[in-house]
Write a protein of this length. Structure first.
Length: 142
């Protein structure tokens, strides 16, 4: 009889700049090893409303293009153009960038490995950095 297991871990990040993309695949793979789960699902999600988790290629040109594209869609300045910033914040753009890039990813676990397609990697996207934020890794399976 197989027993369903559950594993949970928080990964913490403190990005010194306002925006950054960090490949967190190695940390998630380490969580999978720690879990002992061979078949199941791995959820990875940003626990902050101005950060994102997404899957794509680990290519610096693409990351630059994301940064430029997101800044065109939701420019940081002028901060006065956002009603949210009237609360004393300056991060309305970060909330919008997170909405576009997404909150979470789910990856199948097969044979004790993350079951990726070609070139796929997991990224933490930071849009309002300079403080500690966390990412939840939750793995369920057997």
């Amino acid at each position: 009889m197989l027993v369903m297991k559950s594993y949970r871990k928080e990964l913490w990040f403190e990005v010194p700049s306002r925006r950054a993309f960090i490949n967190i695949t190695p940390q998630v793979e380490e969580c999978l090893r720690e879990s002992g789960i061979r078949e199941g699902l791995c959820l990875v999600n940003a626990m902050h409303i101005t950060a994102s988790v997404f899957i794509n290629d680990d290519e610096s040109g693409l990351h630059h293009d994301y940064d430029v594209w997101l800044e065109k869609l939701a420019p940081h300045e002028p901060v006065s153009s956002y009603r949210h910033n009237r609360t004393g914040e300056d991060n309305a753009d970060a909330h919008m960038k997170r909405q576009i890039m997404g909150r979470e990813v789910v990856v199948a676990v097969t044979g004790g490995k993350l079951d990726f397609g070609p070139w796929e990697q997991i990224f933490y996207g930071e849009f309002d950095g300079r403080r500690r934020k966390r990412v939840l890794v939750k793995i369920i399976g057997e």
